[in-house]
Structures are given as structure tokens and as C-alpha cells.
Design a protein around this ligand. Structure first.
Ligand SMILES: Cc1cc2nc3c(=O)[nH]c(=O)nc-3n(C[C@H](O)[C@H](O)[C@H](O)COP(=O)(O)OP(=O)(O)OC[C@H]3O[C@@H](n4cnc5c(N)ncnc54)[C@H](O)[C@@H]3O)c2cc1C
Ligand SMILES: NC(=O)c1ccc[n+]([C@@H]2O[C@H](COP(=O)([O-])OP(=O)(O)OC[C@H]3O[C@@H](n4cnc5c(N)ncnc54)[C@H](O)[C@@H]3O)[C@@H](O)[C@H]2O)c1
Length: 455
């Protein structure tokens, strides 16, 4: 029994069915979950349109002139966003799950006993279950904020008109991605951020670089400010130098997400909760030995690839006795601002928190030919090693295509590779991905770099 038909649930259900198990999956809203319907797909589709507009404004750099600045047709932008969403959801549709051998039940699901759930009045019994009910937006306690007065990721992609003035609360991945996209599409955008740096979960240098870029592009930043009162089109924010009043036509919350577990009647199943949602052990098993959890409902790293990875692991542990701990997973993340920001593994910030000494090796993209040829030289790559170990432990990358490039480092970390392995890997010239090989060549021990040879 899989509760939830988002990326985590679909992966769990189809993997278990492929393994020959009888599987039911339940979904109360739309299969594909947050990712396809209200998250990754529509946000990346919007970002792509915004990037096209931005590039059209760079004629001076690239040798062309337009008679007038490009005008956004927001209706057409949103048509494309919806088209991308429907293309994407085709892969995650009910029929696809059924073709994979999964019985799909549509309706709200809650536990009624340690080994039974009810889907809209129908009781289904199970031997093993996976909770993959995802997450929902956090609505902060802002005085005067009424339901319907603000946008979240669940409503922002249904806009039909570009708001003239948008205020975004929160400077995490959601706030940063959408603030830049809406601004590039023509909205006047202000961003309110409690932390004094953008993308506060990443390296401070990253947040600083993105801050400079946002300021250059004309996004109003209110860093170190707390949104305290919303009052009919005006947001009162309080910060180090007093209060400010920000007028808005639309207010977007990017104030975090919490596990969607409140209506599952978990007590009936003996499943406990903790700070992150469903409490699990290192093998993703809950306090009920027959019930596992995966994805945003339990995992602190709330990404689609993390939901998929934890679903695969949960199924392997629940059904195949794999006994593999979740701490083995190496999970990168990428925020799709321009430039993109990607991190993986042990970073200086985490190393400081854990009291681990590391060495950092860094190269600016101004030193990488393909980056300056493409006008994308704002950024850097950094590779980290524990000071007492040869293996690559982590990386930070700020680059136009950081999300595409970080997987090389994820592969290296997952396979316990040293810098010398990167140094000895032939990279295409000229590519921005060379940044990692260049860093490795500068810092690897020359005698240990394998000279590439044909097999
Ligand atoms: C704006 C935005 C952009 C994002 N961009 C990215 C990105 O670029 N890359 C990335 O990796 N991640 C991104 N994410 C995060 C990503 O969307 C989530 O991490 C991912 O969707 C989690 O998958 P999940 O299966 O755990 O949960 P969900 O996708 O939330 O799916 C859970 C499903 O369970 C269903 N459900 C809940 N309760 C019940 C119930 N009681 N009965 C039946 N069904 C139920 C829900 O309806 C939902 O369909 C983004 C998120 C947002 C909000
Ligand atoms: N590219 C991606 O992978 C991507 C993109 C978007 C979202 N996501 C996922 O969605 C999740 C949610 O993203 P998010 O950016 O909303 O969350 P977040 O938790 O990263 O950031 C929320 C920010 O809002 C601030 N905040 C909260 N209340 C405030 C207030 N009243 N005034 C001012 N600031 C306030 C918080 O301090 C925090 O910095 C993330 O965990 C991420 O995993 C991922």
C-alpha cells in the first residue's frame, strides 16, 4: 500500500510492482504530486520563459538590436507552462501506473488500524505500507493575512495576469527562483527575507553572489526583515533599520514547507511524528515495523530526486530486506536561479557545524573559456575534501548550468573517488564542466593522476 501519488509514491509503487508484489497506490488530488502540478515542472517552465526575455534584453552584449524592448505576453507564457505540465504529467498519469501493474485508488486516505487504510469509505488491508504524502506550504503567522489574500506554489501557476507589483516573502529556493522569473517577465518585485543572506542554506558566498545579481537586475531586497502585517495591498516588514511598507498587487509565500501528515490518523497505525514529519529510523521504517515513509513526508531534504531515492530505498528495505541506511544516499540540490546554484555532500558550512576540518579548492568561472565565451562567467566551482582524507567530500557550483554539471561530483562522491580521478578524466573542450577537472589538476598529486588510456 502506497499513500500518495507524487514522485515518491509513484516510484515506490511502480518499483514494488516491478518486483512482483501486489500494489495499491492512493492519491487524493493529482498524480505527479507537488512536483509536476505545483512545483518543479511549472516553476522551471516559467523560468525558461523568463530567461528567453532576459536574453532578448542582452542585445548590446551579443551584437543585435531590437526596435523596442521585448514585451511579455503573460497569457502565452502561462499557456506554455500548462503545456509543459501536461507533457510532464503524462509520465506520471494513472494509466502509466496501472500499466506498470499498480491498482490506483483516487481519494483521501487515512489509517484505520496498524495494517489497514480507508480510501473514501473503502477499507484496504496491507502487509507493508509506504507513506509518501509529501508536503504543504507553511503559512506564517502574519497579522491580517487571510486565506485567499496570498499566493502559494499551489496557486501562483494559475495566475492569468502578470501582477504589476509582486512581494515575495522568503528567500529560499522557491522565493529566489520565482522572484527572478517574475521580475524578468516584467513585474516589479520586492523580496522580504528573515535571514540577512539569500539562499541561507547554501554557502554564504553563494547567497552574496545571487544578491549582487538580483540587485543588478532591479529586484528590491529587504534582507534581515520579517513580514509582520498584511493590510489590503500593503505589507509591513520589520528589520534592523525599522519598518518598511511594501505595496503589492500579489503576495507570494515562499516561507517553507511542512510534511503533509495531519489528516492521516497516524495514531490508529501507531506511527509517530517528529520535527520533520513522519518519524523514521535510519532504514526509513516508522514506529510501526510494517510501515515505511519516503519523500517530503519524512525527509528533511525536500527534493524530487530525494523523494525518488528514499522511495527506492524504502521499498528495498521493506520488501527485499536490503537493510540499507538512508545516510548512504548522496543527495545534491540545485536552485534554478540565473546563475544556478548547486551543492552536494560536505560543504564548509556543514563541516563547521559538524566540527570537521576540510580543505577547499576553488576556481572562478572567469578562468573557464566556455563560461566567458557564453557570457556566463559569473560564478565559481569549489571542491572540498576532509583534511585527513583523499576522497572528494563535497562541492559547490554557481554556474548557468550548475544543475546539469553537479552530477559529475555526485558520482565522484558516491563512488568514493579522489581528486586524481577527476583530474585524469578527459573532459570535452570547451565546456563549463571543465571547471572541476581544472580544479582537480591544480590540486591533485601529479604522480597519482592516471594517464588516460584507450581500453
Ligand atoms: C515551487 C516548487 C518548486 C520546486 N522545484 C523543485 C525542483 O526544481 N527540483 C526538485 O528536486 N524539487 C523541487 N521541488 C520540491 C519537490 O516538488 C518535492 O520535493 C517533491 O514533489 C516531493 O515528492 P513527494 O512524492 O514526497 O511528495 P508530493 O509531490 O507532495 O506528493 C505527495 C502526494 O500525496 C498526495 N496525498 C497527500 N495526502 C494524501 C492522503 N491522505 N491520501 C491520498 N493522497 C494523499 C498529495 O495529493 C500528493 O499528490 C519544488 C517544490 C516547489 C513547491
Ligand atoms: N530547485 C529546487 O529544488 C526547489 C525549488 C523550490 C522549492 N524547493 C523545495 O521546496 C521547499 C520550500 O522552499 P522555500 O524556499 O519555501 O523554503 P525555505 O525553508 O528554504 O525558505 C523559507 C524562508 O522564508 C523565511 N521566512 C519565513 N517566514 C518569514 C516571514 N514572516 N518573514 C520573512 N521571511 C520569512 C525563512 O526564514 C526562510 O529563510 C524547500 O525545502 C525546497 O526543498 C526546491
Amino acid at each position: 500500500m502506497v499513500l500518495g501519488g507524487g514522485p515518491g509514491g509513484l516510484t515506490a509503487a511502480t518499483t514494488a510492482a516491478a518486483g512482483g508484489h501486489r500494489v495499491a497506490m492512493t492519491e487524493q488530488r493529482l498524480t505527479g504530486g507537488t512536483c509536476v502540478n505545483f512545483g518543479c515542472t511549472p516553476s522551471k517552465a516559467l523560468i525558461r520563459c523568463a530567461r528567453a526575455v532576459h536574453d532578448a534584453n542582452r542585445g548590446d552584449e551579443f551584437g543585435f538590436r531590437l526596435d523596442a524592448p521585448p514585451q511579455t505576453d503573460f497569457g502565452s507564457v502561462m499557456d506554455r507552462v500548462r503545456k509543459m505540465r501536461s507533457l510532464s504529467s503524462a509520465h506520471d498519469a494513472v494509466e502509466m501506473a496501472e500499466q506498470a501493474g499498480v491498482e490506483v485508488y483516487l481519494g483521501h486516505t487515512r489509517f484505520t488500524a496498524p495494517n489497514a487504510v480507508e480510501v473514501d469509505g473503502r477499507v484496504l488491508r496491507f502487509r507493508k505500507a509506504v507513506i509518501a504524502t509529501g508536503s504543504v506550504p507553511v503559512v506564517p503567522p502574519i497579522e491580517g493575512l487571510q486565506t485567499g489574500d496570498y499566493l502559494t506554489n499551489e496557486t501562483v501557476f494559475s495566475l492569468t495576469q502578470l501582477p504589476a507589483r509582486l512581494v515575495v516573502i522568503g528567500s529560499g529556493p522557491l522565493g529566489c527562483e520565482l522572484a527572478q522569473a517574475f521580475h524578468r517577465l516584467g513585474a516589479e518585485v520586492d523580496m522580504v527575507s528573515r535571514p540577512s543572506t539569500l539562499l541561507a542554506n547554501d554557502e554564504p558566498e553563494v547567497g552574496e553572489l545571487i544578491r549582487r545579481r538580483f540587485e543588478q537586475e532591479g529586484i528590491g531586497l529587504h534582507l534581515g526583515f520579517e513580514a509582520v502585517r498584511a493590510d489590503g495591498g500593503r505589507l509591513l516588514v520589520q528589520g534592523p533599520d525599522g519598518t518598511r511598507e511594501l505595496p503589492y498587487d500579489a503576495l507570494l509565500l515562499g516561507t517553507g514547507r511542512k510534511a503533509n501528515v495531519e489528516h492521516l490518523n497516524l495514531d490508529a497505525a501507531g506511527v509517530h511524528l517528529d520535527r520533520d514529519g513522519v518519524e523514521v529510523d535510519d532504514y526509513l521504517c516508522t514506529s510501526n515495523a510494517d510501515i515505511y515513509a519516503a519523500g517530503d513526508a519524512t525527509f528533511p531534504q525536500k527534493f524530487t530526486h530525494a523523494a525518488n531515492a528514499t522511495a527506492l530505498l524504502g521499498i528495498a528495505n521493506a520488501l527485499d530486506e536490503a537493510h540499507r541506511p538512508a545516510r548512504e544516499l548522496v543527495i545534491p540540490h540545485c536552485t534554478y536561479t540565473d546563475p544556478e546554484v548547486a551543492e552536494v555532500g560536505l560543504t564548509p558550512r556543514r563541516a563547521r557545524d559538524e566540527g570537521v576540518a576540510i580543505d577547499a579548492y576553488r576556481l572562478d568561472l572567469t578562468q573557464v573559456e566556455r563560461a566567458f565565451i557564453d557570457g556566463e562567467e559569473e560564478g565559481f566551482g569549489a571542491i572540498y575534501r576532509r583534511s585527513d582524507d583523499d576522497e572528494i567530500a563535497g562541492a559547490t557550483l554557481v554556474a548557468a548550468h550548475a544543475g546539469e554539471m553537479i552530477s559529475e561530483l555526485t558520482l565522484a562522491i558516491t563512488n568514493h573517488m579522489p581528486l586524481e580521478a577527476l583530474a585524469g578524466t578527459v573532459h570535452c573542450y570547451p565546456t563549463q564542466a571543465e571547471v572541476f577537472q581544472r580544479i582537480a589538476l591544480q590540486h591533485a598529486q601529479p604522480q597519482r593522476v592516471a594517464v588516460p588510456h584507450p581500453r
